[in-house]
Design a binder for this molecule. Sequence first.
Ligand code: PMP
Length: 368
Amino acid sequence: MSDLRALLREDLRGQEPYGAPQLDVPVALNTNESSYPVPAEVVEAIVAAVGEVAPTLNRYPDREFTALRAALAGYLTATTGQPLATEQLWAANGSNEVLSHLVQAFGGPGRVALGFTPSYSMHPIIARSVGTTWVDGLRGTPSGAYDLDVTTAVEQVRAADPALVFLTSPNNPTGTALGLDVVEAVHDAAQGAVVIVDEAYAEFARPGTPSALTLLPGRERLVVTRTMSKAFAFAGVRLGYLAADPALTELLRLVRLPYHLSSVTQATARAALEHTGALLGMVEAIKAERDRLVTGTRDLGLDPVPSDANFVLVGGFADAARTWQALLDRGVLVRDVGIPHHLRITAGTPAETDAVLTALGDLVADHR
Ligand code: PMP
């Protein structure tokens, strides 16, 4: 028997794949999906749109996905007030693939990608997948263990001399949003880098949290990534996107596989984008449940981090892995993100908040 490990690229040996458990449980609050099904009017529009393209599936899809890019530009312009042109948009199968295009184009062997941990666990995995060296920057200021301020961010950028910088706002798994002063300062300090602001959870931010999209004019090296997986309740479609300078999106053509967005995906996403009101209708309700999770866990004597996302990082557990298992035994699946004493809980329906708070209430005396 050949030893496949010996054939594997040396830099991949010993690496762990992404592994959020996919379990069939009554209350699944572990991957920051929406708990709400796609609304009936959107389902109807999708079925009609897919019906229209089905007879044409003998042909490859529109390789430039122009109509979809225009629809995404329209959505961002309408919701952020920042005018964006079709050529500034790029899309792929989930924002994970968008990030993968970015690291293929701007990372690679001999280049450094810098992120600030704890953050989204896929950033280092995607960066390393093309041989980029990953550097773990640190978070933490006197005002908050997971905050990032201009001075420490800039110091770390200067020390790492990166080709890529990952900023995540609101950040996963901490839920904290980033001041635009930090984005600007990092962009200015990282003169040799493409700076990515991962805004997967932007639609859940509390009022007064501006998007880094407003910083795009005049910043050719700045990229803002978004996704339809979270606020749009559309994780199953796999549609992520980015906005950047048209010169940058043009370069991504060099690395994407031809026809990477299927006709079905394009038709589905476009149909959905004609119903953004209905799709985003549950965002306010989810934010209310997120805030209930913060107050509810605090009332139990736990230590939640205030959140701008659709999840809450809760601290105060004696042994996070033991509590994770105890919750699972009660049918509640949350996420152990590997931060000692902390678990991350996705905000779902009111009934799901009740279920997780009841389960935590039952066991907290023995688990704090
Ligand atoms: N960025 C962040 C910060 C995320 O948390 C996630 C999903 N958990 C993604 C990107 C990827 O999402 P998708 O590929 O579904 O767009």
